[in-house]
Design a protein around this ligand. Sequence first.
Ligand code: G3I
Length: 499
Amino acid sequence: MFRNTKKSALFLQFVSLAVFVALVASLLSIPVAAATTLGAAAAQSGRYFGTAISNGKLGDSAYTTIAAREFNMVTPENEMKPDATEPNQNQFNFTAGDAVYNWAISHGMKVRGHTLAWHSQQPGWMQSMSGTTLRNAMINHINGVMAHYKGKLAYWDVVNEAFNEDGTRRNSNLQGTGNDWIEVAFKTARAADPSVKLCYNDYNIENATYAKTVAVKNMIQDFKNRGVPIDCVGLQTHFTGGSSLPSNFQTTLQNFAALGVDVALTEVDVTQASTTQYQGLTQACMNVSRCVGITVWGVRDSDSWRSSEAPLLFDGSGNKKAAYTSVINALNAAPPVGPTATPARTNTPAPSSNFLTNADMESGTTNWVVNGVGTLSSDTTQFHGGAHSVKITGRTSAWNGIGQNVAVSNFPTSGQNVTVSVWVRSQTGTPTAIATLRLTASTTTYVQLASAAVNSTGWTQLTATVPVSWSGTLTGVLFYVETAAGTDNIYIDDANLHR
Ligand code: G3I
């Protein structure tokens, strides 16, 4: 769970105030005061702006001062990689990973885990493995690391850099265990921690027509078709060694998003920090609603793995570079979202195909039930659309939630996709909310439909299209929203579940 520190609460209050001020200002046609840090500017449009953080630099106050001020997402640069987390087989070490995690959380930031299965930075014992032994070691590694960080991370880069430039699979020891190693990694990861978003991450997949990009797109499409869990794709966006911002970058992001995954720029750095390339890559993300955030691969040029190319947003002395200005201007220009961004929104009637009734919560708690322990109420202080939401208080377990029984006749055959969208808000905390189906047949099956970190300053949409399977005769379907951990009071609104 993301701890609700004083600083994160202040940060969230600041963000919501900024959104409110921006909205009032826009309604009154007066200039909007632009956010003055990268994280706050990105938060205005519901996105994050992150950086890679290195444990070895947390004692450098110039480094931590900039990082704490500017960013709201952290990727440990090396500390959660296989060589760091399992230096000896089955002996896990989270000292460095925890240090970066704790620094991030104590500064109100979230964390992207990087990375679980990769041909590089494997511990020595793993490098010499092959076949079934390696496959089992990979599965054990994913389970061991994800158990430690269960419920704590926003994203995991499950598999990193598995393709060649020509679109074929990289000839690694992991590939040698069988072509299905990537999907096994994702299935293992989903079972290990259903609350975290699972990403495929790679470089040189920024050009929509490049063979490697097309291959990754095809793999994600295949995973979606076959129900292999995948939530996001990370485009590393290292523009170096002759590669630069392609003119079709936004198309690439849109193509991935159209497959039903979140998109993120995960390791951005640009040769000599070209302002036009930084502006263009930021703008492309702002133009794609499922582009959830941008992470630069380090704080100052001197912190970069390619420091001689001065590729980051701060120079070695910590000064903001011209590229910083082009990025923050593009972030500030993106349309704001948030609780006050759509005040005049009229309630859209739920589509007739919606399995849920009173899905807009405008008829009080009618048809909504408690899953487990808790008390439902119709709330008029918080609502995503219309004037009501449904709130649950008094939960005693994370799995307690707000539910609705769905007609079994809506699910005629096992294996069909259902699409869910539900808006969720916490009263005080920042839990990860999960939309789940409980299917009663010959056995009871729980299908995690969608999950996202939610907060108390705005509404967060949980949405996904997921295949739903059971065995035997289906006798009951319960849709409900719970959290991954904690017993926060939560609100839901504008729910839609359909085929
Ligand atoms: O910590 C040791 C230090 O004790 C030793 O004195 C020094 C001597 O070379 O090495 C230090 O470790 C280095 C480590 O970075 C920390 O600086 C490793 O040798 C070095 O290999 C390692 O490089 C990292 C690289 O991944 C390894 O593949 C970079 O920091 C890191 O930025 C880079 O990140 C990758 C992403 O994970 C995946 N995408 C590409 C990206 C850039 O290569």
